[in-house]
Ligand binder design. Structure first.
Ligand code: SF4
Length: 889
């Protein structure tokens, strides 16, 4: 990694940094992750070095090199580690650099010095730097030995070897060193100039609107104070406060102060549009701000199918030259908002990839807007911002932060589903290639291992070693650019690293399947005493060994050019990726107390890693940033969200009340029906009556917000006939245009004189979060029961975890997430100061302190009990009559 120390004006970098300025983005889909690829390279290196030590007495491995010079007033320290140096039989000194490549033996045989120019440059640089800079070593004096440069290539996975002897051009190396150092220093100084410019521009940053509403001022002040102090804030700001502007403005001011940028992480594209509009509004008022929206690769791609290889995609070919020479990057970087349409138009006009262009823009703009994945997903994080550099000048804004917790749990909860594995195995039946046969064999062994787990007969995992290796940063879980440089790890005992000679211990894996056996036997029934879902112990070493061999097979598959990409599912690649993800998370995270390994008999059997609490991982990312602000309309109890989002203990926690006139909203609790599971069927008619009474009190569009789809499907038939209303319902899957059609019906119906709509939806779904129903689009939300997470084995484990950690397991696992959905649903009704509406909470639980204590404080005068209503028709009719009267008055 290139490092600048401004205080001592020292630049530190590696020989590899000097040699390698190539762009690897369009080299096609990788057979395995960078991290795994580096590990495979490391094993091959070590094997070769070990062999050399045995063969050649004078051989010395891993010789350090240090070279110092100055450039533009910077002290430059270049360091490197030469793979091996020895004296050959002719007495000449051989500097040997070992490199692994993914390719066939024929490709290896055809390779020359020009095939891998950066490898050749690295090796020549070793000689140049030794001769120029190693005064203690006699590499340049009169008595200096002849030096030979050997590039030793190992092809993966075959392990075929070849030595390429390189020439040496000292003048070219001098030119390379001077040029690269000049470029590196110039890039840094430009970065510093941009940072200084941002600091200077801070004073010119303007709020996006003419004036700040009173509560907006409070939000701005709170965030500014937090970012200047503990650096983190959790802000609950209900609709109407204008939280987007009130969050972005202070975040950007702080980022400018740091000379850095803001990353806005959202869970939905609709939120991204709101932030984009806010940036535009800032720019329209003269603020010096430029932003980019990162669109998912599949959506941004200009091809029918994503295949990011220079040979396959015209938009990838010669990308670097086209984007610069066309001037597009400069034009886009001057826009206040480089959105998907603007980048796409340039990409089409100049034949470059819009997805990569957006990533390049993220380096130069002030605000980057994108999905949570770009920040928190270990497999998809924006490496250039969060992994390859320290994000200490990045202020992170997490919007609708109540959604992050569940999303993040998913990142760390991979599963091996027996049905999926079985389908992959079946897809390989009859395939004759050695790789396919071997993958099929491994799949059968894995399936047999899952059978053992199901029967409770899997051997116990080995005892952990007394001093386990320290856990790596799991945010680098799958792609660690520095992995190749990491200190060597202890070798695993079970993988030979050679194709086809994987030897699992006989006690661990069942015997491989016989070739003639085409159909796998049905899994034997589990022992009767075993519960259908249970925590199990798995042999992580065994799964890691399986992953390693599958990775090697995938590399072989790619090396022969056989891997299929795009929509087709290649069983070899898919198996390798599936097992890798599981084994990687197990290896890096599995021992933590916030993780469990589960077996579930249902759906053919699933082995799952369960992340019960992702706060460790989330906290690590937020803490690395220059500041972090988590914001949502509903983030209460604040302590709960601070804990589950991994914010620091002294993060500012602040909840703001709704800015709207309470008199314009009527909240009532109908506590008669029970929505508990055992009483649901019995009490459905009571819920039906409640809905009929509420909508009869006043015509208009209503949402009926159910706790689940199962409940919706029971309730909806009872409400088929509602005189005077059109009844619509949310389906389990709705395409974006179907959703838009429903929203248009709600929004335009009143003006067009159409009958009012009762829309039956689920809480926490596409109609109750991230959507506005201003004016008459929705006059009431009938929220049926709190949408508590489903009671199942996983939830019970999550509950236990939080009980042990915070002493409030039921609240953390059920009540708080469930009530968040209730308040989100209720929040759809009043979106502007002129809106009027009713919120009707249906269910006994809402009248109990456990739930009613979580009602927003502005829902009631003195105590939540005052909301309990015995005559909904009467009370709501009175509310609407009064509203009518005040409107006429
Ligand atoms: S246009 Fe599509 S296939 Fe081509 S590089 Fe971009 S994302 Fe990949």
């Amino acid at each position: 990694m290139i490092r600048f120390d401004g205080d001592s004006r020292t630049l530190s970098l590696s020989v590899r940094d000097l040699a390698d300025d190539l762009d690897y983005r369009f080299s096609g889909p990788a057979p395995v992750s960078l991290k795994r690829r580096a590990e495979m390279g490391r094993v091959a290196h070590e094997d070769h070095q070990g062999a050399r030590e045995e063969q050649i007495k004078s051989y010395r491995r891993e010789r350090s090199l240090r070279y110092e010079t100055t450039i533009s007033g910077w002290r430059v320290v270049v360091q490197g580690r030469i793979d091996g140096i020895y004296t050959d039989e002719a007495g000449q000194t051989v500097i040997e650099e070992v490199k692994t490549i993914v390719g066939t033996e024929a490709e290896l045989a055809a390779a020359g010095p020009e095939t891998f120019p950066h490898y050749s440059a690295q090796l020549q640089l070793y000689r140049y730097l030794l001769e120029e800079g190693s005064s203690g070593l006699d590499f340049a004096g009169d008595g200096a030995p002849e030096i030979a440069l050997h590039l030793f290539l190992i092809a993966l996975p075959s392990k075929a070897e070849r030595t390429v002897v390189l020439g040496y051009d000292a003048a070219a190396m001098r030119e390379l060193v001077e040029r690269r150092l000049g470029e590196v220093v110039a890039a840094y100084e430009e970065e510093q100039a941009v940072a200084a410019q941002r600091r200077a521009l801070r004073a010119r940053l303007v709020f996006p609107h003419d004036e700040q509403r009173p509560q907006q001022q409070e939000v701005v002040a709170a965030i500014e104070e937090a970012l200047a102090g503990p650096g983190q804030a959790l802000i609950s700001a209900p609709p109407g406060i204008g939280k987007t502007a009130a969050t972005l403005y202070p975040a950007l001011r702080r980022a400018y102060e740091l000379g850095g940028r803001v990353f806005v992480a959202t869970s939905k594209t609709t939120q991204q549009q709101i932030f984009a509009e806010t940036v535009r509004a800032m720019a329209a008022r003269g603020a010096p701000v430029r932003a980019v929206v990162l669109t998912a690769k599949e959506k941004a791609c200009l091809n029918e199918r994503v295949h990011c290889h220079e040979d396959a995609c015209p938009y990838a070919a010669d990308y670097g030259r086209k984007i610069v020479e066309s001037g597009a990057l400069e034009r886009l970087s001057k826009l206040p908002m480089a959105d998907a349409a603007a980048i796409r138009a340039e990409g089409e006009a100049h034949t470059f990839c819009p997805f990569e262009a957006a990533l390049d823009l993220s380096d130069v703009v002030d605000v980057v807007i994108g999905d949570y994945n770009y920040v928190f997903d270990p497999g998809a994080a924006l490496k250039r911002m969060f992994v390859e550099r320290s994000p200490e000048d990045v202020v992170l804004v997490v919007d609708e932060a109540h959604n992050l917790y569940e999303r993040a749990r998913g990142y760390y909860s991979p599963a091996l589903q027996r049905e999926t594995l079985r389908k992959l195995e079946q897809a390989l039946v009859g395939r004759t290639h050695a790789v396919e046969r071997r993958v099929r064999g491994l799949l059968r062994q894995l399936l047999a291992y899952l059978d053992q787990i199901q029967r409770g007969e899997a051997p116990a995992a080995p005892e952990p070693e007394p001093e386990p290796e320290p856990q790596q940063d799991n945010l680098l879980l799958f792609d660690d650019p520095d992995a190749a440089k990491a200190p060597p790890k202890k070798k695993r005992g079970r993988t030979s690293g050679r194709l086809g000679v994987y030897r699992p211990p006989p006690s661990a894996l069942p015997p491989p399947a016989q070739p003639q056996q085409q159909e796998p036997a049905a899994p034997p029934p589990p022992r009767r005493e075993l519960p259908p879902e249970r925590e199990v112990s798995v042999d992580g070493e065994l799964l890691a060994a399986l992953r390693d061999e599958l990775n090697e097979l995938a590399v072989a598959w790619f090396a022969e050019g056989r891997a299929r990409t795009g929509d087709e599912i290649d069983p070899v690649v898919a198996t390798s990726r599936l097992v890798s993800r599981f084994a990687n998370v197990l290896e890096l995270e599995g021992k933590s107390e916030d993780m469990s390994v589960l077996w579930r008999d249902a759906r053919g059997g699933v082995l799952k890693l369960l992340c019960k609490d992702p706060s460790r991982q989330l906290g690590r990312r937020s803490a690395a940033c220059g500041g972090a602000v988590a914001v949502s309309a509903t983030l209460e109890p604040l302590e709960f969200y601070r804990d589950v989002l991994g914010l620091c203990p002294d993060a500012l926690l602040k909840a703001f009340p709704s800015p709207f006139d309470r008199a314009r909203r009527k909240v009532v609790v109908l506590d008669l029906p029970s929505t508990k599971y055992h009483a649901r069927e019995r009490d459905l008619p009571i819920v039906e009556d409640a809905v009929r009474a509420v909508v009869a009190a006043h015509p208009g569009n209503y949402l009926v917000c159910c706790p689940s789809f199962a409940y919706l499907e029971r309730l909806a038939p009872l409400l088929d006939e509602l005189p005077g209303f059109q009844v619509l319902r949310q389906e389990r899957y709705m395409a974006p245009d179907q959703r838009a059609e429903v929203l248009t019906r709600l929004r335009e119906g009143p003006e067009r004189g159409l009958p009012p709509v009762v829309l039956i939806v689920v809480q926490g779904g596409i109609f109750t979060e991230g959507v506005d129903y201003a004016g008459d689009a929705c006059v009431g939300a009938i929220v049926v029961g709190p949408a508590l997470p489903q009671l199942n084995y996983e939830r019970t484990l999550i509950q236990q975890h939080y009980e042990e950690r915070y002493g409030r397991g039921f609240e953390y696992a059920f009540v708080y997430p469930g009530m968040n959905k209730v308040i989100q649903s209720a929040g759809r009704v009043i979106r502007t100061p002129s809106d009027r509406g009713v919120v009707v909470l249906v269910g006994m639980r809402f009248a109990t302190p456990r739930y009613s204590s979580l009602f927003p404080r502005d829902w009631y005068e003195r105590h939540p009990r005052e909301l309990v209503c015995l005559d909904p028709y009467g009370e709501l009719s009175a509310f609407w009559q009064q509203a009518q009267a005040s409107q006429e008055g």
